[in-house]
Design a protein around this ligand. Sequence first.
Ligand code: FES
Length: 199
Amino acid sequence: MTSDNISRALAAPGRAATPDGAATHEGAAASDASSGDCGGCALRTNRRGFIGGVAAALAILVVDGLLPRDAEALPAALVQGGAAGGHEMAYPVPAADGVQIDKGEGVIIARHAGMIYAFNLSCPHQNTALRWNEGSNQFQCPRHKSKYQPDGVFISGRATRAMDRFALRREGDRLVVDLDKLYEQDSDAAGWGAAKVAA
Ligand code: FES
């Protein structure tokens, strides 16, 4: 199984932040379509197809070592959020540290070091779907190899900012993610820094 195949399995349309912070589906999808380097990024499917896709992606994760094999690595899993009204999605509060990817909505939920974050699945450089590398506990971009910490902080690569964060809040045992509020670190450092909740 090649890294390209893993990328396609986890690829999904993300959102590009507009200057006023509003998020759109079209930005990521259009960029990927034009680049020709992320053929599955614009994948949309029905519910039956989605479930089949989840199973296939999980199989790939197991084969390529992206599911947990030791106590120190943060595990990865796929998740499907539920509509919470407006452009908000609800997810269960993660019970343990790890990474959950909602392909359909282009959202990554990550719990790490006592905090929970909701990231845009799209790389902030050119909107390629990011993936989680359990071996290094880093998010990685398959296109230009940018790397990010579990809290989204930029490590290296062509990107020039951290992973974009959605606004989120905790309501009892669920996380509510506002898909209309996407914070970019370089244009709104305060908003980006505050976009997290305690685990
Ligand atoms: S698209 Fe991710 S580093 Fe270029």
